[in-house]
Write a protein that binds this ligand. Sequence first.
Ligand SMILES: Cc1cc2nc3c(=O)[nH]c(=O)nc-3n(C[C@H](O)[C@H](O)[C@H](O)COP(=O)(O)O)c2cc1C
Length: 390
Amino acid sequence: MTETLLFSPLTIRGVVLKNRIVVPPMHQYSAIKGFPTDWHLMNAGKFAAGGAGLVVVESTKVERRGCGTLGDLGIWDDKFIEPLGRLVKFIKQQNAVAGIQLGHSGRKARANRPWEGDGPLKRTPDIDDWDEWTPVAPSAIAHSDKWPAPRALERSEVKDLVQAWGEAARRAQAAGFDVLELHGAHGYLVHEFLSERSNQRTDEYGGSEANRMRFITEVTEAVRVHWPEHKPLFVRLSVEDNAGWGPEQSARLAKILKTKGVDVIDCSSGGITDVAPILGKEIKYSYQVPLSEYVRRHADIMTMAVGLIIHGDQAEQILRDGQADLIAVGREILNNPNWPMDAALKLGVEGPFRNVPPQFGWWLGTRDKRGFGTRPSTWQSGLHDPGKVS
Ligand SMILES: Cc1cc2nc3c(=O)[nH]c(=O)nc-3n(C[C@H](O)[C@H](O)[C@H](O)COP(=O)(O)O)c2cc1C
């Protein structure tokens, strides 16, 4: 049996992850006025039951104006605590850790669901709070010529927003989450403050690099007031945005955030322009892993790697090479929610079905023990080469 890093536990502050596999935040575009539905329970539930150590609920918006689409989840009011708590309870029952990403879409708010056509939403009579949903950003600069110019935030509104992130952290704690991630990537509000391209403010939140980093730094401080000492805090960054913000800036920021109580940088890329590679338009395994390695090495902080990590041995190698501490598997886990169990089998981990609930793990374990061999459907069948059937 193989000892792997992927399936070894990791303790961050007071929270123990049973393995290094993370389901990264993935919007479901299925909330109703910010409230989770049964879809969210099923979605988080299947990943938790599939054996991941940490399941991070999608970017959940700290204020109404921050909703990207009509289907975004919300956490801007205490009324969201209880329904989000239902997801937490189910994730924990599967012996996984429940995380949530806090976000704000900034100038990319009020958009279509991706499968309804990229770009800004068209006004319809059923949206009763259209004006309150006007996109806001550090400066009145449109994302691209496809998008409307946002309204620039007043200085006092920036201060209020910092507190909104803090209040959202309080609600995440009340709902029972054990890991919190701040969305600082993909061209959304926090990233818009970091980038010179979208931030041309002349107050203390714009101009120099230190000023552009002030918003996320204050947000982190406000979050830490409410987010308990023993619980981990992650920040997702577009470590390279192909528009002036890169690994050196990210590592400098990570060092500052570490002093403010951030434990892990989740290393993504792109989003401040339409051409950058959030979802890896170039087809290349591990395309963002070098960004994670850079931040880990230069900022001396734990990192999470994400982006076209498809195979168990690929994930294991990233950990062994010291390029990351955690592995996020996004679209591949949409393809195979039982990815952790599958990876454990392929890596030869002892008790590959121990990670999953007995409702199915027990049966798969007994099938495995019989030894007459049934290959999982994610392997080559071997049926057409009888010598290979095991
Ligand atoms: C359907 C979908 C929704 C996503 N929603 C979010 C999100 O809420 N927050 C976020 O930071 N990234 C989001 N992402 C990006 C993923 O977290 C991940 O970084 C990206 O898919 C690359 O990893 P992968 O190649 O393993 O899929 C989303 C991706 C997908 C496919």
